[in-house]
Design a protein around this ligand. Structure first.
Ligand code: PGA
Length: 255
């Protein structure tokens, strides 16, 4: 990502219920991004809608998958490969979202998926985040390990192709006033950068955009990006409402 750029990722999760509705939300979002100057958006719909959503002619909008499998082909019923989603228009892939980790995805699996995504020419958006914040600060160690294990297969030279989405699990899908406080976002993003610097070197670490995700709406988006000093956001629920999502994009674009 170029310096001075902002990025807001829309994670549609298992929504909307049909292609007609997906096209409707996407068209409205594509209209909303046309006037953005610094901010870009990546819309991550369910796999089945990817090939029907068109980004051509609007450089501010791109498509991403919500997951990829680590193998390219073979006897893996139900899985979808990174090159497959690339071939139907995805340029990004969310990897290791907490809702996938809850279904059994491990750091080791996330690391294989990142390697597959990079090989297919996708930009991986690695999700990390602690389940809870304990007063003793054990969550720092948890985050450090999650980063280390999930990026275990990434070469130093490939780090610049990675995006990290910090999503504290306790803040996802909650009331919008329960999103993380901007100063805590700032403290954690500094910690993530420090871990990356220790693993890959300072020069490489500064190239990695850090996003925040978890109960973002138009009211908290500005303070989180500005005072949290993150490059952008990963938005769940509010990304399905083009008006609400458009408001978030406009706010982030102006920072
Ligand atoms: P939310 O979801 O914005 O609905 O909390 C964020 C996410 O899980 O990516």
């Amino acid at each position: 990502m170029k310096k001075n750029r902002r990025l807001v990722v829309a994670n549609w999760k298992l929504n909307p219920p049909n292609l007609a509705k997906a096209k409707e939300i996407f068209s409205a979002t594509r209209r909303n991004v046309r006037n953005l100057k610094r901010c870009r958006t990546v819309v991550c719909p369910p796999f089945s809608y990817l090939s029907s959503l068109k980004t051509a002619g609007v450089p501010q909008i791109k498509l991403g998958a919500q997951n990829v499998f680590w193998e390219d082909r073979g006897a893996f019923t139900g899985e979808v490969g990174a090159a497959m989603v690339r071939s139907v228009g995805a340029e990004y892939a969310i990897i290791g979202h907490s809702e996938r980790r809850r279904l059994g995805e491990t750091d080791e699996m996330a690391s294989k998926k990142i390697a597959a995504a990079l090989k297919a020419g996708l930009t991986p958006i690695l999700c990390i985040g602690e389940r809870e914040r304990d007063p003793a600060g054990a969550y720092f160690e948890f985050l450090k390990n999650e980063i280390k294990q999930s990026l275990a297969k990434v070469q130093r030279s490939a780090l610049k192709k990675i995006i990290i989405a910090y999503e504290p699990i306790w803040a996802i899908g909650k009331s919008f006033k329960d999103a993380m406080q901007p100063n805590d976002v700032h403290q954690t993003s500094l910690f993530i950068k420090k871990v990356l610097a220790d693993l890959f070197g300072q020069e490489e670490a500064v190239t990695v955009p850090i996003l925040y995700g978890g109960s973002v709406n138009f009211e908290n988006a500005g303070a989180i990006v500005r005072d949290g000093e993150v490059e952008g956001l990963l938005v769940g629920r509010e990304s399905l409402d083009p008006k609400a999502f458009g408001a978030i994009l406009k706010i982030v674009d102006a920072i």
